[in-house]
Design a protein around this ligand. Structure first.
Ligand SMILES: Cc1ncc(COP(=O)(O)O)c(C=O)c1O
Length: 396
């Protein structure tokens, strides 16, 4: 029997680690094991009530159910523009420099399709969000990974980058505040990135969905003068507004870059449900108390996640941003995957091994703050039962 073969482009793309792990967790649950998942960064709390009210109201209005424009409704583009002005102190032209997206993840694909030809090189952070690599594979670009090191506070080593042959590099993915390491953005870093991009004619794409989580000073790469000539920034309501399932994000760039991206996007979807866009505009108009309120919960959860890391003898920086805690495993442990599997199989708590984000994550683990304090406390109780030598038991 003849079988239809898939395209070459998918041969390099593996099943997303989490989808495999979730299947394993599901199987354990079907066998009656209660598993706690501290892996995925999927906000568990609802959006603001005003946002939900707006969705309810507008979705029962006639005339809101048809196809929508590819560039998003003006209310949403204006709200994104105002949001950038209010919180990032950046002026973006709502008509020309903002394109609403269905989450920032699709932006990674659209940008790659818009700018990369087969064989073009792309710089990808290690550790980093796995989608940069899988999308680069899908568009048949050639990946060059650049290491992020704890010693450099997980920032690129520009001396090393300058030593590479950059002649074929067209695009560089950066992500600050950084996932998975929690390293925050600095203006100094953004300055260096813009200088580097301009010097080598490399498009710098900053993926910025974590700017409001455990961080009081959201920073955009566009704070650097002249950044619009060479940079693109992605943003999202998934984490900042507890709206991950709604799929609302945006890309900001100069008018020309937006037009390139739009050429891809307008051939892939037919606009976003209007009530969802209206409600998202409402979310963007919320005042600072919204962010203070969600962060006060994350600060409390972080204390519990630190406790887990302490019990596992892991070391970590306390000033991380974003919705995860990233910590180094002790030398006595063979690998992060081995530690993660040991905790899953014996305490029935899933913690992400850093290795899924690249080789630079091999000695790290990551705990998500998207579980309630009660669930984190339960995890502490379960992990307490494990035969792990803690510093205090060693001394006793
Ligand atoms: C670094 C990073 N970029 C992008 C995304 C995608 O977010 P969105 O929901 O906006 O597509 C995630 C989600 O986990 C992420 O961690």
């Amino acid at each position: 029997m003849m079988t239809v073969q898939p395209a070459h482009r998918i041969s390099e793309v593996k099943e997303y680690y989490f989808s495999k792990k979730l299947r394993e967790i599901d199987e354990m649950r079907q066998q009656g094991v209660q598993v706690i998942n501290l892996g995925i960064g999927n906000p568990d709390r609802p959006p603001h009530t005003k946002v939900l009210e707006e969705l309810n109201k507008t979705s029962s209005e006639k005339g809101n159910h048809g196809y929508q424009s590819y560039i998003g409704i003006p209310e949403l583009r204006n709200a994104f523009s105002q949001w950038y002005l209010q919180y990032f102190n950046i002026e973006l032209d709502a008509n020309k420099e903002i394109l609403p997206l269905m989450g920032s993840k699709e932006g990674i694909m659209h940008i790659s399709m818009a700018f990369l030809n087969k064989g073009d090189q792309v710089l990808i952070p290690n550790p980093g969000y796995p989608t940069y690599a899988s999308v680069s594979n899908l568009v048949e670009a050639e990946m060059i990974t650049y290491d992020l090191e704890e010693e450099l506070n997980w920032q690129p080593d520009f001396n090393k980058l300058e030593k590479l042959d950059l002649s074929k590099v067209k695009l560089m993915w950066v992500n600050y505040p950084n996932m998975p390491t929690g390293a925050n953005a600095t203006l100094e870093l953004f300055n260096k990135l813009v200088t580097f991009g301009k010097k080598h004619n490399i498009l710098i794409c900053n993926d910025n969905p974590y700017s409001f989580i455990l961080n009081d000073q959201p920073l955009s790469i566009f704070r650097v003068e002249g950044a619009k000539d060479i940079c693109i920034e992605l943003n999202s309501l998934s984490k900042s507004h507890n709206m991950a399932g709604w799929r609302v994000g945006m890309v900001a760039a100069n008018e020309v870059f937006i037009q390139y991206i739009l050429r891809v996007k307008s051939n892939m979807d037919s606009g976003m449900f209007k009530p969802l866009q209206l409600a998202a505009a409402h979310a963007l108009n919320l005042d600072k108390t919204w962010y203070d309120e969600i962060n006060s919960e994350y600060y409390q959860r972080r204390e519990l996640a630190w406790k887990i890391m302490d019990m596992l003898n892991c070391t970590y920086h306390k000033e991380q941003s974003g919705m995860f805690i990233w910590a180094k495993i002790p030398d006595s442990v063979e690998s992060a995957e081995q530690l993660s599997d040991f905790i899953l199989n014996n305490a029935h708590v899933f913690i992400t091994p850093g290795s899924i984000f690249g080789t630079q994550g091999e000695r790290y683990i990551r705990i998500s703050l998207c579980s309630t304090k009660e669930v984190l406390q339960q995890s502490i109780e379960k992990i307490k039962q494990l035969p792990i030598k803690t510093k205090s038991t060693e001394q006793a």
